[in-house]
Design a binder for this molecule. Structure first.
Ligand code: SF4
Ligand code: SF4
Length: 571
């Protein structure tokens, strides 16, 4: 029986007793584990429970059987809800889609990021690596594909104006994923935000870096428009250097630098000045905007030529696949890493191989070859004992006698990017914040967005004098009681189907998007595969009975307020 009195702890650490009339109770069977109630609960009375997935019998699922302890540990330590760097609950939107509540599902994602659709196309889906179905039964739920499906079935999402409730204003330099995510979060917090970018439109790497066959441009523009309609100010064609920065610092209460890493690192080995050597940054910008960007005027892509890409990260693989679409005869990626060390994601490498790209892993380029002025090949040597430092710089040994020359009409260097050093001068300023690639070597879209989100919190903390609450820190999970256990035998009938994709012939002759959108039947089959691993639980000893959780719950009919005096009859 729950008590009338609960103790409340306030920010200075002191406690007082509150006489409450009711407490909240969540129906675990109906809860979709979106986590909204937990985020709004003022006294942190709500926590996430994760059900165990039984994996004792070896033949029960395609993944191997586990001992009781192993099963218990994996079940308790993994969940899609802790895999998303933005703190979005995949179980939440998957099951809102299942309930036909598309707008609620979209809103659940949109409150954390202004780019639900963009992420449906390009997120590297770390949540899927945490999916318990994938870890314990067969294949993970296609979470990213479902996000993409959601963005295509909805009509234009409603965009309310962001409320401006704070006096302070914030300037953001850079309209890429980090800057725009920060803009969205700061605008949601009530700040007037102005985003500056040297380009003529917003998107940054989403427009200029990622190829169209992975992310159609209209998807980015559609979601950027929503930011503008919501009231975020944009100033395009505005280069911000030290002089302009001084003006911004006078005019705005905080400045966020989210300019990314626009400068390519270059491999200046012997022969580097020959014509035909480009950076992947230039090459991808050219591919994506179809503009003349070569450093050597008059040079064009050699159709039916031999193209060598140096570097096998995501950018290198994108460049290789773009070269295939440009009409190259052969595309070879050379990298020092081998096998699992290759930094691109497995599925990126797989798609490139399907499109005819050759990967030479474990080779180091040592010389560009050609007759002035034109490049004709690259000399490479086998590498071993490779190590990488925290900045991504590689050192390795080479094996004498293994040198060989590969033909190259064009070389595209994709060995990394760096930030503009001009920002180093602002590293110690209280008013200047940094987010995205400029801060780290991580070039993934979702991590750049997460960095923007974190920077928005830092700025809010500085402007309001509040304490920084890391949103990911709130996503802790607890083991649900044993009676909630999930048995795979009851769920296996929902079979996994691979995501549909464009035929190889069709892809290499166009810039059409490779991964296709799930149709209604495929999406329904996929949401039905979800094990519904988690749910939220209210600690009735902490709940003050305010009822906020019931008001914010997007599902409806999940949370009941139990009157303290009559709890037996109400329940
Ligand atoms: S089965 Fe569903 S709830 Fe469980 S981890 Fe995977 S997506 Fe999340
Ligand atoms: S009770 Fe409602 S708001 Fe809370 S996690 Fe469940 S569905 Fe979401």
């Amino acid at each position: 029986m729950a008590n009338h009195n609960v103790k409340i702890k306030i920010s200075d650490g002191s406690e007082f007793a509150l006489d409450r009339l009711a407490y909240a109770w969540i129906d675990a069977k109906e809860c979709v584990n979106c986590g909204v109630c937990r985020e709004y609960c003022p006294v942190e009375a709500i926590s996430e429970q994760q059900r165990e997935v039984c994996r004792i019998c070896p033949g029960c699922a395609t993944k191997p059987g586990l001992t009781f302890d192993e099963m218990s540990t994996v079940s308790a330590e993994h969940a899609c809800t802790i895999g998303c760097p933005l703190g979005i609950s995949p179980q939440g939107y998957i099951n809102l889609i299942k309930a036909g509540m598309y707008e609620e599902a979209y809103k659940l994602i949109w409150e954390k990021t202004p780019f639900p659709a963009v992420l449906g196309y390009v997120c590297h889906h770390p949540c899927e690596a945490e999916c318990k179905r994938g870890l314990l039964i067969d294949e993970p739920i296609k979470i990213r594909a479902l996000k993409k499906y959601l963005s295509t079935v909805l009509p234009l999402p409603k965009q309310n104006e962001y409320p401006v409730v704070n006096e302070e204003t914030v300037a953001i330099i850079g309209a890429g994923p980090a800057g725009l995510s920060a803009a969205h979060d700061l605008a949601q917090l009530g700040y007037e935000v102005t985003v500056f970018d040297a380009a003529n439109e917003a998107g940054g790497m989403l427009i200029r870096g990622i190829p169209m066959f992975r992310l159609p441009r209209e998807i980015v523009r559609h979601e950027v428009d929503a930011l503008e309609r919501g009231g975020i100010n944009f100033e395009f064609g505005k280069f911000i250097g030290p002089k302009q920065m001084e003006n911004l610092l006078e005019e705005y209460d905080a400045v966020l630098v989210a300019t990314g890493t626009p400068k390519a690192k270059l491999l200046k080995i012997e022969g580097w000045g020959l014509e035909g050597i480009y950076s992947a940054v230039d090459f991808m910008e050219r591919f994506n905007t179809d503009s003349e960007l070569w450093r050597h005027p008059g040079q064009e892509f050699v159709e039916n030529g031999e193209i060598v890409i140096i570097g096998c990260g995501s950018v290198g693989i994108d460049a290789a696949r773009a070269a295939v679409r440009y009409g190259a005869k052969n595309v070879t990626v050379v990298c020092m890493e081998c096998g699992d060390q290759i930094p691109a994601h497995d599925w990126e490498v797989e798609e490139a191989l399907k499109e005819g790209v050759v990967i030479m892993d474990g080779w180091k380029p040592i010389r560009f070859i050609g007759e002035q002025p034109k490049l004709s090949g690259v000399e490479i040597i086998q590498a071993e004992d490779l190590t990488k430092d925290e900045n991504g710089n590689i050192t390795c040994k080479t094996i004498p006698g293994t040198e060989r020359i590969i033909k190259a009409d064009m070389v595209i260097e994709a060995i990394g990017q760096k930030a503009d050093e001009v920002w180093d001068a602002y590293g110690n300023s209280d008013k200047v914040f940094f987010a995205g690639d400029i801060q780290s070597n991580d070039v993934s879209v979702v991590n750049a967005m997460a960095a923007g989100k974190y920077a928005a919190l830092q700025i809010d903390g500085m402007l309001q004098g509040g304490q920084l609450k890391d949103p990911m820190g709130l996503r802790t999970i607890h083991k649900a009681p044993i009676e909630e256990k999930i048995y795979p035998a009851t769920r296996l009938k929902n079979k996994f189907h691979p995501t549909p994709s464009l035929d190889i012939e069709d892809r290499i002759n166009s810039s059409e998007e490779v991964e296709l959108v799930l149709n209604d039947t495929e999406a329904l089959a996929e949401v039905n595969r979800c094990l519904e691993c988690g749910y939220q639980h209210v600690d009735s000893d902490k709940c003050i009975g305010c009822g906020i959780c019931q008001k914010v719950c997007p599902k409806g009919g999940v949370i009941k307020m139990i009157r303290v005096e009559k709890e037996a009859e109400q329940k």
